[in-house]
Design a protein around this ligand. Sequence first.
Ligand SMILES: O=P(O)(O)OC[C@H]1O[C@H](O)[C@H](O)[C@@H](O)[C@@H]1O
Length: 577
Amino acid sequence: MDYKEVYEQWLSNPYFDEATKEELKNIAEDDNEIKERFYMDLEFGTAGLRGIIGAGTNRMNIYVVRRATQGLANYIAKVDKKSQGVAIAYDSRHMSPEFAEEAALCLAANGIKAYIFESLRPTPELSFAVRHLGCVAGINVTASHNPPEYNGYKVYWEDGAQITPPHDSGIMGEVKSISDWNTVKTIDKAEAEKAGLFQVIGKEVDDAYMAELKKQVLHMDAIKAEGKNLKVVYTPLHGTGNIPARRILKELGFENVYVVKEQELPDGDFPTVSYPNPEAAEAFELGLKLAKEVDADLVLATDPDADRLGVRVKDKNGEYHDLTGNMSGCLLANYEISQKKAINGSLPEDGALIKTIVTTNLADAIAKGYGVKLIEVLTGFKFIGQQILGFEQSGKGSYLFGFEESYGCLIGTYARDKDAIVATMALCEAAAYYKTQGKTLWDAMIEMYEQFGYYKDAIQSVTMKGIEGLQKIQEIMNSLRQNPPAEFAGHKVVAVRDYKADTITDVATGAVKPTGLPNSNVLYYELTDDAWVCVRPSGTEPKVKFYYGVKGTSLADADEKSDIMGKAVLDMVDSMK
Ligand SMILES: O=P(O)(O)OC[C@H]1O[C@H](O)[C@H](O)[C@@H](O)[C@@H]1O
C-alpha cells in the first residue's frame, strides 16, 4: 500500500477515533505532510520508537503505541512468559500518561499483568523495576532529550536492559506482522483492574530503588565530612529527576542542594529551553546563573527521563568548566575504579570498563592504567546492559563501570540502563571525597589528564529532517563509503572501520579484518597521533553525527588540536551538504 492508501484507510476505518480523523482531514491538501506521516511505520531505533506526536503511522499516537504493545504481547506469549507481567513508566511529556495507560490496557487485554507507575518516574527506575518485580519486560513512554513535539517508547527485557538480539528482532517482527488494526486488543480500565491485570506501583519500588543507589556509595566518610559544605545546583529540566535526585542527596546528607526553580516542575513544553538536552549549552543557562549567586561547587542537569546527567564544575579560581559526557564519564570511571581498588585492596581479576565505539579513548587509557579490560560496544546503552547480562550468564567478567559520550553511565548492576540519579549521587560523593583532600572536581580532572593523557573529544551534528533529510544522510554515508578520506586536518587515516560491511581495513597494507561487533551503519577512521573521526546517522533524531577525538600534550594543546579537527570535519560536512 502506498502512503495515500494508508492515509485513506485511517480516514475510513471505524477503528480510528473522530479526533484523529479530523486531524487527518485537515492535511488533505498537503501531500507532503500526508507522505511524511504515512510513508513508513515508526521504527525501533537506538532506543525504541521515537517520533513526533500526531496522527499517522510514522507518528507517535495511541494507535502506534497499541500496535507496538500488541507486538510485544504476541512475542511474550510466544516465549511463554505471560505470567511475569510488564512494568510501565512514563515521563513529563505531552501524552506520556495517556500512552502508558494505553500500553497497560493492551497488555491487560492480552492477559498480561501491567505494573504501571502512579506518576512520572526516571528511566533507570523502570529498568530497576523490571528486575525488582521479576517482570518479563518493561515499557517506558519517553522521548528522552528530544524536543517537546516528540514522544517515544522504550522497551526492556527481563534483565532490565533495553531490547537487543534476539528479542529486539523478535518483538519488531511481531509488530510488523500486525496488518489488521482490529487484531490490536484493548479493554476498559475497570475491567483490567477487576481482572487483577492493572496494578499501580509507586512507593515500594521507589524505596527499593533508593536503597540500591545507597549501596553504591564508596565513601560515606567523605559525605559525612563534606556533605554539609558542598554546594550543588541541580536542575531536572522539567523532567522526572526532581524528586529522586533530591531525595537521594538529602538522605545521604548533602545539605546545600539548590534547585533551579524555573525548571523544577514537570512540564512537557520545556518552556525554559528549546531543547531539553544537557548536551546543549542552553540547558545550563539558568543553572549557571544560580550557581554564581550561591557560589556552587557544581551544577548538575538531568535530562527529562533522568538517564543522562550534564555537569559543570567550579575550579579554584571560581571559573565554571563544562564537562562533556566523555569528561564526566572518565572522571567517574577513574573515581569508581581507583576507590574500589583502594577500599578492596585490589580490583577483580576479570573487572571490565565498558564504553561505546564513539566514546573517548581516554577510557582505554584509564582501563590500561588500572590493568582492567576495556570492552567496546555499538552506540546505545542497551549494549552495555547486554554485556552485564553476558557476565552473569557466563560467570566470567565483573562490571566495574560503563559509560557513553552522550552523558550516560551506570554504577552497579541493580539497573541495566544509564542512570542519572546514581550519577548525580556519585558526582556529589566524588566532589565531597576530593574536597576532603583540598581538591575540586576540576583538579581531579586535570590530575587524570596528567596521568592518562590529554584526550579531547567532540561532536558536530547536522540536522536533516523528513524524508528528504533521511535520503541526504544516506547519500553522505554512501559518498564516504565510495570516496574514503585519506586524512583529516593533517592526521592520516591509518585504518577504516566500516561497521556495516563488518570490515577494518588497514590503509597501508590493505589487510581486512572483521570488527567483532554486530552490523551497524557506522564509519570510523583511525588516524595518526591517537586521533579519530566517526560518522553515523542518529537513531533517535533526524541527524547525522560526526564524532572526533584528539590527544594533546596539555589542555591548551588538546584544545587547539580539537579546534583544527572540528574545522576539518565541518568543512567536510559543508562539502557534502
Ligand atoms: O546517537 P543516537 O542514535 O541519536 O542516540 C543518542 C543516545 O541515545 C541513547 O541515549 C543511547 O543510549 C545512547 O548511546 C545514544 O548516544
